[in-house]
Design a protein around this ligand. Sequence first.
Ligand code: NAP
Length: 324
Amino acid sequence: MSAGGDVEKVVIVGSGPAGWTAAIYSARANLDPLCLIGVPRTDPAPVLPGGQLMLTTEVENYPGFPEGITGPDMMQAFQKQAERFGSRVRGVDVTACEFGERPFKLTTSENDVVLAESVIIATGATANWLGLDNELRLATSGGGVSACAVCDGALPMFRDQPLAVVGGGDSAMEEASYLAKFASTVYVIHRRDSLRASQAMQDRVLSNDRIEMVWNSQVVDVHGEKMIETIELEDTQTQERRHLAVKGLFIAIGHTPATSFLEGSDIQLDDEGYVVVKGGSSHTNLEGVFAAGDVADPTYRQAITAAGMGCQAALDAERWLSEH
Ligand code: NAP
């Protein structure tokens, strides 16, 4: 159980840009936040405290870093800034939440219970991967495999090169259209012969001369030592295999918000598992429980938008605490 039954004013769950920004703001507001930053996991895909940026090589679109910064360096700087103002940090996961009465109860992976007057959920979302060994190896080593074209697509190594996007939904269409501005050719690899994406997004892709559809195909392996060289495709109807030379592979097969620990807590999630927040704020359906960043954002999913939402959540929590 919680040490001595102490009740925290604000507990922040998660340690990406949203979590650390919420910590910076609430620490500076003298709320003495406790940050539960998670524990590293590798199965089925790598997840680290610090979130998706820990798997990102260069971040070039976050304002204030004209030369760019690596994702891990950026998260280390966020943490340092949060700790400078007194944020306390514990490397534990939250495994269950009870929001029925205050103080709220958060059970940790060390089997103790943290008591809290307010909670900010900032656990993010993880990109879905195909689950191929070489895919994850090249994704984590900057080898030209990525789950975010908007984050990585503009890097010089992808300019005027053949690239591939996997998926048939709106994300894949958006990523393909974005990459077509830099690439020589963008192949969209889809496992069926019709797209899931909205008609408008489909039309944009299908009418783009630089985008080539590769229907009924699955990526079954990724080849290349340091950098991706070819992808191995299998025809989903004939099972025939072939290699396609590309300099970049962008996986756009959906995201999974990290909300399984909220099961049974009465917090409202949408059909895809994202936390529902009220009109432009960080308020959830439960008083005193706030959400920020990708866990509550199926649309933008950028470091800068997550940081902005973290700031909102800290301000919302501060106001709510002073009113209650
Ligand atoms: P999604 O709609 O779930 O589409 C995922 C795509 O990936 C599907 O085409 C699916 O194929 C494919 N896929 C899934 N697992 C796969 C696997 N293991 N191997 C190969 N292909 C696989 O996801 P999303 O595109 O990320 O979109 C999520 C939500 O955000 C949607 O509601 C979307 O409308 C919305 N969104 C909107 C915009 C926009 O309007 N600007 C932009 C992005 C996203 P199947 O089709 O065969 O299942």
